[in-house]
Design a protein around this ligand. Structure first.
Ligand code: NAD
Length: 476
């Protein structure tokens, strides 16, 4: 693996894509979909297999691109991007036949004789928009669901990570017909051209602010949307938790990808009597993970660009630094940092941090912690560290949030059988595994009626059949 000095981190955004080119792509995909080009299940499996092989072949290029974009450590690139997609593809390929089958449902006597079932049907043209923080995984994971369900897809990777955006464009161009899957590179103007088109489904991952723009645009054509957004995800640590383990798992979940993770613990709420011990454990764990000089660690990523660097750097004035706090503008480096003495009025607690800064706040009793979280927008993730089942359950029952873990961070995403998504301002809709297949399929409800019996009860003239009908409904 090359070092940071060998790879240029100059961020040259990809050129914008013209409206005309986008219109042509949409038209080609529409024609292909209307010819039922994507309907055949074998075709879909072939394409997913092709994607699996392509990802494996390009593993080195993907790793290098992620390194060039924000010096993502190769271990993390494999664990959270390439390996993740490999597993999701294998899981989908193993189960697709089962998921795609029509599903029978219990019949009602009202429709006797008859049989009811649900036919999963592709929506048609899907637009998939990805952010920069897991730029490969978050572009490919929805693509797997869209293709498995038999849709065409237009992909818009983030312009802030141009190296991986280019690799994704090559991978798709080399392996797929553009009438089925195509990549459109560019920034806001390109996304605006895309949003002028009529898609059948829009899947967006990114900020809550841009999520609102996407939903407004989709409303014009009544296009269904999934919004995978962000927010402030808390980690709650009670006094009876295994503090060492909690410190390790929170340090890992916070500083992987340099904190640029939508489900990273944004801040810690720790019970006040163990706060001091916990802060010290966090500081020690940072040293164990990244050494005395995390800037020299090969296992710690950089901030994606100067704007984000400056935004994060300004948060360092919002409290008392207990670990880290060093910055290097030239290298877009911010050390893994723990802060205390922060208040909810300060910017670091008003916005999603999305970087390697971990504020630690305290609570006296669990009800207070619950109220603190519930006063704010619904989090995408929540982590509770406690050895008490009743405390764990109290948190789960009292706070609405997208998903999370008991005594861990981030790892709920590793299970494809768990739907992943937010609630309220952290998003709508969820995906991964079969949930992705279902998300990208319209559930077409069908009743197949028997023809050998046709009871006249429902047909006019109704005469005096009302009371008979009422009795029948009571009996049902
Ligand atoms: P972003 O919203 O700025 O950008 C996401 C995408 O939208 C990009 O492709 C970008 O080109 C496009 N875009 C940006 N501004 C636009 C505009 N005005 N009009 C139309 N399109 C526009 O998000 P980001 O900075 O790339 O990513 C960080 C955010 O994403 C964080 O809030 C994070 O929590 C969230 N996120 C959520 C998940 C999840 O799965 N829920 C995953 C990763 C990131």
């Amino acid at each position: 693996m090359a070092t940071s000095t060998q790879i240029s981190r100059a961020i040259i955004p990809p050129a914008e894509t013209s409206r005309v080119h986008i219109q042509q792509l949409v038209q080609k995909q529409r024609e292909f979909f209307n010819r039922q080009g994507t309907l055949d299940l074998e075709f879909r499996k072939q394409q997913l297999n092709k994607l699996l092989q392509a990802v494996r072949q390009k593993e080195q290029q993907i790793t290098e691109a992620l390194y060039a974009d924000f010096r993502k450590p190769p271990f993390e690139s494999f664990a959270t991007e390439i390996g993740f997609i490999d597993l999701e593809l294998k899981h989908t390929l193993r189960n697709l036949d089962k998921w795609a089958k029509p599903k029978g449902v219990k019949e009602t006597l009202l429709n006797f004789p008859g049989k009811s079932y649900i036919l999963p049907e592709p929506y048609g043209l899907t637009l998939l928009i990805a952010p920069w923080n897991y730029p490969f995984q978050l572009m490919m994971a929805p693509l797997i669901g869209a293709v498995a369900a038999g849709n065409c897809a237009l992909l818009k990777p983030s312009e802030l990570t141009p190296h991986i955006s280019a690799v994704i464009a090559d991978l798709v161009q080399e392996n797929f017909a553009e009438e089925h899957i195509a990549v459109v590179q560019g920034g806001v103007p390109t996304t605006q051209h895309l949003l002028e088109q009529h898609f059948d489904y829009i899947f967006f991952t990114g900020s809550t602010k841009v999520g609102k723009i996407i939903m407004k645009a989709a409303a014009e054509t009544l296009t269904p949307v999934t919004l995978e957004l962000g927010g402030k995800s808390p980690a709650i640590v009670t006094e009876d938790a295994d503090l060492e383990l909690a410190a390790r798992r929170i340090t890992w979940g916070k500083f992987v990808n340099a904190g640029q993770t939508c489900v990273a613990p944004d801040y810690v709420l720790v019970q006040e009597q163990v706060k001091e011990e916990f802060v010290q454990l966090l500081a020690q764990t940072i040293k164990t993970f990244y050494g005395d000089f995390p800037a020299e660690s090969p296992d710690f990523a950089r901030i994606v660009n100067k704007d984000h660097f400056n935004r994060l750097k300004s948060y360092l004035n919002d409290g008392n630094i207990r670990a880290g706090g060093e910055t290097d503008e030239h290298d877009l480096y911010i050390a893994p940092t723990v802060m205390d003495q922060v208040t909810w009025q300060q910017p670091v607690m008003q916005e999603e941090i999305f970087g390697p800064i971990l504020p630690v706040l305290t609570f006296r009793n669990l009800q207070e912690a619950i109220q603190t979280v519930n006063k704010r927008e619904r989090p995408l993730a929540l982590y509770v560290f406690s050895s008490s089942k009743s405390k764990q359950n109290l948190v789960l029952d009292s706070i609405p949030f997208g998903g999370g873990c008991i005594n861990d961070t981030l790892s709920h995403l590793a299970n494809p059988n768990l739907p992943f998504g937010g609630v309220g301002s952290s998003g709508m809709g969820s995906y991964h595994g079969q949930t992705s297949f279902n998300l990208f399929s319209h559930q077409k409800s069908i009743l197949k009626r028997g023809t050998w019996l046709d009871l006249p009860l429902r047909y006019p003239p109704y005469g005096n059949r009302l009371s008979m009908l009422q009795k029948f409904f009571q009996w049902l």
